[in-house]
Design a protein around this ligand. Sequence first.
Ligand SMILES: *[C@@H]1O[C@H](CO)[C@@H](O)[C@H](O)[C@H]1NC(C)=O
Ligand SMILES: *[C@@H]1O[C@H](CO)[C@@H](O)[C@H](O)[C@H]1NC(C)=O
Ligand SMILES: *[C@@H]1O[C@H](CO)[C@@H](O)[C@H](O)[C@H]1NC(C)=O
Ligand SMILES: *[C@@H]1O[C@H](CO)[C@@H](O)[C@H](O)[C@H]1NC(C)=O
Ligand SMILES: *[C@@H]1O[C@H](CO)[C@@H](O)[C@H](O)[C@H]1NC(C)=O
Ligand SMILES: *[C@@H]1O[C@H](CO)[C@@H](O)[C@H](O)[C@H]1NC(C)=O
Ligand SMILES: *[C@@H]1O[C@H](CO)[C@@H](O)[C@H](O)[C@H]1NC(C)=O
Ligand SMILES: *[C@@H]1O[C@H](CO)[C@@H](O)[C@H](O)[C@H]1NC(C)=O
Ligand SMILES: *[C@@H]1O[C@H](CO)[C@@H](O)[C@H](O)[C@H]1NC(C)=O
Ligand SMILES: *[C@@H]1O[C@H](CO)[C@@H](O)[C@H](O)[C@H]1NC(C)=O
Ligand SMILES: *[C@@H]1O[C@H](CO)[C@@H](O)[C@H](O)[C@H]1NC(C)=O
Length: 610
Amino acid sequence: MARMQRFLFQFLNILAAISIVHCQSGDSLTPNSSLRNGQSLTSPGGIFQLGFFTPISGSVQGYIAIWYNNSSVTERKVVWIANRNQSVNTSTSILNFTSHGNLILFDKGTDVSWSTGTSTAQNSAQLQLKDSGNLVLTVAGGSDGNGGSKETLWQSFDHPSDTLLPGMRLGVDYRTNTLWQLVSWKSVTNPSPGSYAFKMETRGVPEIFLWNDSSKIFRTGPWNDKGSFSGNPRMKNRDISSQLEFNFVSNSSMVYYSTQYKVGWSVLTRAVMNASGQYERWNWESGGWLHFWSVPEEDCDRYASCGRNSICTWDYSIKSCDCLEGFAPAPKNGSLGCDRKKPLSCASNRVLKVIAKLPDTENATIRGLMSLGACNDVCTNDCSCVAYALVGENGCVTWEGDLLDLRNFPDGGDVLYIRLEGSSRRSKLVWEIAVPVFLAFLLLCIVFFWRRSRAGKQDCNETGPETSSVRDDTSLLTCPSKGDRGDCRSLSPMAFDVSDSRSRTMTMTMTRSRSRSRSINSETYGPSNEGAGRLDILEALPSYDLSTIKAATNDFSIDNKLGEGGFGVVYMVCVHMFLASQVIFSFLMTINLVRKLSRMGVSVTMARGV
Ligand SMILES: *[C@@H]1O[C@H](CO)[C@@H](O)[C@H](O)[C@H]1NC(C)=O
Ligand SMILES: *[C@@H]1O[C@H](CO)[C@@H](O)[C@H](O)[C@H]1NC(C)=O
Ligand SMILES: *[C@@H]1O[C@H](CO)[C@@H](O)[C@H](O)[C@H]1NC(C)=O
Ligand SMILES: *[C@@H]1O[C@H](CO)[C@@H](O)[C@H](O)[C@H]1NC(C)=O
Ligand SMILES: *[C@@H]1O[C@H](CO)[C@@H](O)[C@H](O)[C@H]1NC(C)=O
Ligand SMILES: *[C@@H]1O[C@H](CO)[C@@H](O)[C@H](O)[C@H]1NC(C)=O
Ligand SMILES: *[C@@H]1O[C@H](CO)[C@@H](O)[C@H](O)[C@H]1NC(C)=O
Ligand SMILES: *[C@@H]1O[C@H](CO)[C@@H](O)[C@H](O)[C@H]1NC(C)=O
Ligand SMILES: *[C@@H]1O[C@H](CO)[C@@H](O)[C@H](O)[C@H]1NC(C)=O
Ligand SMILES: *[C@@H]1O[C@H](CO)[C@@H](O)[C@H](O)[C@H]1NC(C)=O
Ligand SMILES: *[C@@H]1O[C@H](CO)[C@@H](O)[C@H](O)[C@H]1NC(C)=O
């Protein structure tokens, strides 16, 4: 009898040992089982593995980690680490899944290095590594005894390390005060928390910031209605968009950003907050990891690299900063950026439309869903409002104080309306421009015929910039007479003073800006000395300032849109405004303007009035 008992006991022991071995090489752990160095769990599809990981080969100091099973050991890509703060001696440590449903990593046999801190009275607890890379601790059913369903007690996806996998969330759960953030490794061989964090900031309008300890180094911008972040059009790289869905959820209980594989996905993808301060996206394709993009990439990505109230442009690898309209460079006393030339008065209701990365939303206010007109009213009725925009599901958003971290993109960006000093009504503006233009045209022709009759056959000479009455850096392009194919290219100084503001001077004139400063007035465009090779072409073309074109196209109204071409959108201009164009302006356009505007996402072609 005793022999029989001993045999049975040994038999059960063998069975237990087999089941333990089975568990350890499988995808799950059950209560009372454990994992030692050299043992691992592999997800059902063989994509991920969990086990002990030593970042420095030959060292015994290690971590419990999840990595891609497919990569070779030397280039093992770790996506999650349990005990980041406290490494263990791998030869003496053990990962135990207790009978109470707690997962504990013991160093030297008994010292607790890390644990999930979970507990359950039920002995149905299970720990499973999924093919998503998520380690999930579940117990069967809810308290309602709903057979079959599982309740998640803990999951590694709620405790990100430095890697964002599809299905993980980056954000905040307001109910539990949980922060889902990525924190970089200290160095490539030290997984303990480094100084870079990629995390959601929820003040104002939620957006994700890349922090270097306590300084902001990059900002995604708020989520827009195009389904991406305002500050990273590259995020939705075409090759990734076909495989991945991008989600942004913001409601009263949580706000998060996440990605999800689309049906039929064929690549593995991960995004990493890396140890040198870059957030990178990588795809596993045809046997290797392919780098897709990383941020911050260009100088303009660096947080507020142009300072306040200034817009950053990255053009052929050169960074330039332009003050916003109505702002001038701040005195060079150490503060970067631009200040208003004149303080904004409460009655100010002029607005400037720019297409850019929306400014820092930390101090912005969400006003809810409404029309653009209503949003404009909200802003212009609030003395402290300096800008507004419609931002996806937030609806109307208004800014106050300084506008920080604006940049433009070759393509992409969002529409932002910046409030300017002064007041205007659009119809008034049209007449303000059209009447002087027409009068000036008449005057010009009178002058022309008068000079012609006086000069007889005498050559008429170009009137140099020196004599120009309005701008000393302008000379004029004026009406070539039909009969008189002329040497007579420029006639007399002429300027159309639309208002006393210099910025609104209607520059039907050839501008040869001597100053290379692009920061004085962002609304006046004309060929400048840069790119002297193009001056020959440009000399034949007049330039218009943006407000003129805005007025002529009724603020780039859809009604005036003719179509879209290589340059972007093509607009028709109002006839009554451009009577003079019958002679002077037909089909003329300055290349510089096209370049400037196309940077802002629009291009304009002067078409003969309809
Ligand atoms: C890793 O995954 C491959 C399939 O991609 C599978 O054949 C292999 O068994 C896995 N490794 C382990 C240790 O399970
Ligand atoms: C794992 O690697 C093998 C060989 O490189 C490859 O054929 C297989 O598709 C990979 N599995 C996954 C899930 O990427
Ligand atoms: C690591 O330790 C720091 C401070 O000691 C703590 O704030 C942080 O939550 C810990 N991180 C983890 C992942 O345990
Ligand atoms: C790790 O544990 C082994 C076995 O107890 C011991 O010989 C070794 O010195 C330990 N190493 C470290 C770095 O603690
Ligand atoms: C785990 O072990 C304890 C003590 O040996 C036992 O009471 C419990 O039933 C076991 N739990 C499971 C799920 O096997
Ligand atoms: C961990 O589990 C092993 C085997 O399951 C057991 O021998 C050991 O006592 C456990 N360690 C602790 C500290 O509970
Ligand atoms: C917020 O969104 C999450 C995810 O879509 C959803 O599960 C939750 O019920 C929502 N909460 C509220 C209050 O709408
Ligand atoms: C971080 O990412 C950047 C850009 O992809 C790369 O140049 C750099 O080597 C990466 N650093 C680390 C530590 O991986
Ligand atoms: C982060 O801050 C440290 C210390 O101020 C600095 O040395 C490092 O260059 C910064 N990293 C980046 C990417 O700006
Ligand atoms: C620089 O000058 C501006 C305007 O005079 C002032 O508002 C700002 O505080 C000054 N900044 C520093 C760092 O002195
Ligand atoms: C928001 O307001 C606070 C307090 O006035 C200020 O310190 C901070 O710089 C502002 N942030 C931005 C982005 O303007």
